[in-house]
Design a protein around this ligand. Structure first.
Ligand code: NI
Ligand code: MN
Length: 233
C-alpha cells in the first residue's frame, strides 16, 4: 500500500511500504509544514527545479539520510557543492527517465517532464530548466506538475494514464485555479490534488471551491488533503 502525505507547498512524502520518497523538500522555512527537515526520513529525494521553496532542505536531508537525489542537471551539480555525495546526486533533464531502485532492486521509475517556469538556485546561480515529475510506483502513476503554467503538452503527458495528478493552483508564480481545472481536463487523471497554495498570502486560494469546479467540469475525483494527513494512492 502506497501512502502519500502533503507537507504544504509542493512538498510531498511517498511511502511505498518499503521506500520513502520526498518531493521538493521545503520544511524548515515552510510556514505550512508541520515537521522539520531533521525529522524527515528518505530513500529518494525528487527535485523539480532550483527555487528555494523546492530545494532548501534537499542537501541537509540527503546528507543526513544518505538518500539519492534526482534533480535537473544543474540543480544536481549545485547540490553536490552543498555536500551531497557525487554518487548520490543524479542529474536529469526533461524527457529523461531513471529507475528508482534500492539494493539493486528496481521498484519504480521517474521521468522528468517539461514545465514552463524559471529555475535559479538560492545563491542566484543558473538552475537549468524547471521540470515536472512523472513517477511510476507500485501503487500507481503520479504526475507532479510542479511549478508550471498550463501547457497543451499536458495532453501528451496524460496519454500514458495517470492515477493521481498533483497540480499547483496558487496563481502568481504558477497556474491559478482556472488553468488548473483545464489542466485536469487535458491530463485526464483518475484523481487530482492541489498544491502550491496557502503557503503565504499572495498564493491564498479556496481549495474546496476549486475541487467543486473539478467535479463540475472534469471526470477526475478531486482530493484536498490536509497537511500531514496521509492518504492512499
Ligand atoms: Ni518555482
Ligand atoms: Mn515554487
Amino acid at each position: 500500500m502506497t501512502k502519500i502525505t502533503w507537507h504544504g507547498h509542493n512538498t510531498w512524502q511517498i511511502d511505498t511500504g518499503k521506500h520513502t520518497l520526498i518531493v521538493d523538500p521545503f520544511f524548515d522555512d515552510n510556514p505550512a509544514a508541520k515537521v522539520k527537515a531533521a525529522d524527515v526520513s528518505a530513500d529518494f529525494i525528487l527535485v523539480s527545479h532550483g527555487h528555494f521553496d523546492h530545494v532548501s532542505d534537499a542537501a541537509s536531508i540527503a546528507v543526513r539520510t544518505g538518500a539519492t537525489v534526482l534533480a535537473p542537471f544543474e540543480v544536481a551539480n549545485w547540490l553536490k557543492k552543498q555536500g551531497v555525495a557525487e554518487s548520490k546526486a543524479v542529474g536529469m533533464n526533461p524527457g529523461g527517465g531513471a529507475a528508482l531502485s534500492k539494493d539493486g532492486k528496481p521498484f519504480g521509475r521517474l521521468k522528468m517532464t517539461v514545465a514552463h517556469h524559471s529555475s535559479s538556485l538560492p545563491d542566484g546561480s543558473y538552475g537549468g530548466v524547471a521540470c515536472g515529475l512523472l513517477v511510476d510506483l507500485p501503487g500507481g502513476r503520479v504526475y507532479f506538475a510542479c511549478d508550471t503554467a498550463l501547457f497543451l503538452d499536458m495532453r501528451l503527458i496524460g496519454a500514458v494514464g495517470i492515477d493521481l495528478a498533483v497540480l499547483p493552483i496558487g496563481d502568481l508564480f504558477t497556474m491559478g485555479p482556472e488553468d488548473a481545472v483545464e489542466a485536469v481536463r487535458m491530463l485526464g487523471p483518475k484523481r487530482v490534488a492541489p498544491c502550491h497554495y496557502n503557503t503565504w498570502p499572495p498564493i491564498e486560494q479556496d481549495a474546496a471551491a476549486w475541487a467543486q469546479q473539478v467535479r463540475l467540469h472534469t471526470s477526475a475525483e478531486p482530493l484536498t488533503p490536509e497537511v500531514g494527513e496521509p492518504f492512499e494512492l
